[in-house]
Structures are given as structure tokens and as C-alpha cells.
Design a protein. Structure first.
Length: 227
């Protein structure tokens, strides 16, 4: 059964239409940074700085407004707190909705030929932000399909999944997943049972199956939709 059939099982939903509080643009960047940090689960600026190995004085000065928030710093904090740098700096784009739900997730890579997913390195940037799906969690991220590797209709579509990197198991058989292999490749494939325990066959629409592959981690695709 080809992966295209599995695509049809995912309802394509419209982009999030929830609006942010009108006060958002009137807040200072430091106010928005504080809100994003609290929503991300850090009670104090010190907690966030220590958890992410930031200079505590620098981070506190950004949050209390004694130091201007640079674009580079905003991009770093936005990626960590899963908001957009534009929202932190100017009150634009995806930030924290009135009811507290994060409204954007980070774009962490692109899907190229062979359904190979090229994940951005931590040192790369700036990172883009994508509207969050309703089914999101704190671990939800997105990759963008570049080209017709998953079919010509899916160019520029966004694939959402939770970046938890759990070991593959039989509950994922028959599902379209982001899978990490021992050789470092990250693919979007449909998981099927292998010839023996502990291995899987990876299926796609346009390429031959990869038989009896050891999958180091797998995460099911939550949603696909056009960008």
C-alpha cells in the first residue's frame, strides 16, 4: 500500500486563525520575552538561562529591558520558547495566544529527493516559524517538502511531527513516520513489518521499499498541509 494512500487519511486543515491580544504589539520585547519564558514552563529568568546555558546577566537584562533585544538573540530565544522572533521583537506573527497556547512551531528542516529529511544544525539560522496545528505539543516541530519527493501535489507542504525520537515499535506499522536510521539518514516513509523482529520495511510511493532496516527512532506524522 503506497504512502499516498496514507496521506489521504490526514485531513488538510486551514492555518490557525486565532489572533493574539491587541495589547501584544503595545508590549515591549522584554514583556513578550517574559511571557514566552513563563509559557514555556520556566518560573524565573534564571531558571531559563541555566537550563539553556545562557549568560544569566545577559538574559535577565534582555527580559528586564535594560538591554535591547537584538535580532540574533531574539531568534535564539524564539527557537527555544517556540514562538517567532518577529513576535518577540515587534509583536508580529506567531506568539502566545490569549489563552496561553503557543501559536507557532519551529521549522527544523526540509525534505528533498528520496524523501530524505535534511535537519538544520543547531548552528544554522535564522530558523523559520510555522503556524502551529491544533494537535501540537511542546515537542511539535515541522519540516517543509522541497520538490516532488512525496508527489507533485505536496511541494511546499509542511509536515508536522513530535521531535521525541522514541524507538520504533509495532504500533507505528502502517503509519507515515519521520524515521532516523543508523547511517544518519532521516526519512519520511511508511513503516511496514520486516522479515524478522527488530527490523522494518520502509515504503514510499515513488521508490522501491527499503527492506529489513534498523530504525533507531521514529515519530508518526501528525499532520500535513500546504504552507
Amino acid at each position: 500500500m503506497c504512502s499516498a494512500v496514507h496521506f489521504a487519511l490526514h485531513t488538510v486543515k486551514a492555518k490557525c486563525t486565532a489572533h493574539f491580544r491587541s495589547v501584544s504589539a503595545m508590549e515591549s520585547p522584554s514583556d513578550r520575552l517574559s511571557r514566552a519564558r513563563e509559557r514555556a514552563g520556566f518560573a524565573t529568568a534564571t531558571d531559563a538561562a541555566r537550563r539553556h546555558h545562557w549568560n544569566e546577566n545577559t538574559y535577565r537584562s534582555h527580559e528586564n529591558g535594560s538591554r535591547d533585544l537584538s535580532r540574533k538573540a531574539a531568534e535564539k530565544y524564539a527557537k527555544t520558547f517556540k514562538v517567532s522572533s518577529g513576535w518577540l521583537l515587534y509583536g508580529e506573527g506567531g506568539g502566545v495566544e490569549e489563552h496561553g497556547r503557543l501559536m507557532s512551531v519551529p521549522l527544523v528542516g526540509r525534505v528533498g529527493a528520496g524523501a530524505i529529511t535534511h535537519l538544520f544544525a543547531e548552528s544554522q539560522g535564522p530558523f523559520d516559524e510555522i503556524d502551529a496545528p491544533e494537535e501540537m505539543t511542546e515537542e511539535t516541530v515541522a519540516v517543509e517538502i522541497d520538490g516532488d519527493s512525496l508527489g507533485r501535489f505536496f511541494n511546499r507542504w509542511v509536515v508536522y511531527y513530535d521531535d521525541v525520537r522514541s524507538p520504533a515499535d509495532t504500533t507505528l506499522v502502517g503509519r507515515l513516520c519521520i524515521v532516523g536510521l543508523a547511517d544518519g539518514r532521516v526519512l519520511i516513509k511508511r513503516l511496514a513489518r520486516g522479515s524478522r523482529r527488530g527490523v522494518y520495511t520502509l515504503e514510499s510511493q515513488f521508490e522501491p521499499p527499503l527492506y529489513d532496516v534498523i530504525v533507531e527512532w521514529a515519530s508518526p506524522v501528525k499532520l500535513m498541509r500546504p504552507r
